[in-house]
Design a protein around this ligand. Sequence first.
Ligand code: HEC
Length: 135
Amino acid sequence: MTSKQIILVTLVVAFAVYSALVYTAQPNLTQERPLSVSAAHGQRLYQEYNCVACHQFYGLGGYMGPDLTNVISRKGDAYARAFISSGSLRMPNFDLNEAEVGSLVDFLEFVDGSGQYPAESHEIYWSGAYVESDS
Ligand code: HEC
C-alpha cells in the first residue's frame, strides 16, 4: 500500500468508529418521553409556520426572536399563549385558533422538559457531545 492509501484507510476507519460512537451514545429523548397527541400536533404546526426561521431551541435556529427552549418554565404558559395567539410588533400574528395555540404551547412545554438552555453545568465528552450534568 502507498502512504496515500494508508492515510485514506485510516481516515475511513476513524470516521466509521467516531460516527458509530457519536450516533449510538445518546439516549433517544422522544422514545423516553413520548409526545402527546396535542404536542405532536404542535410540533407539526411549529414546522408548518416555520417558527424556527426566527426562534431557536438550544441556540439553534433563526435569530430574529428569542430562544424558546425554556420559555414555558421561565415566563409561563399564559405569556407564551399571548404571543402565539396575537403576535407583537415584531412577531407576526398567524391567526391560529385556540386549539392550535394550545398545541403549540404543549409542544413548547415538551421541549422545556427536555433540558436547560443554556445549561447551568455541563460536561463535554471527548467525542464533542455536550451533556447536562446534575450538579
Ligand atoms: C418573523 C419572525 C417570527 C416568526 C416566524 C415567529 N416568531 Fe415568535 N417572536 C418573534 C419575535 C421578534 C419575538 C419577540 C417579540 C417581542 O418581544 O415583541 C417573538 C416572541 C415569541 C414568544 C415569546 C418569547 C419570549 O421569550 O419573550 C413566543 C412564545 C413565540 N414568539 C412563539 C412563536 C411560535 C410558536 C411561532 C410559530 C408559530 C413563532 N413564534 C414564529 C418573531 C417570530
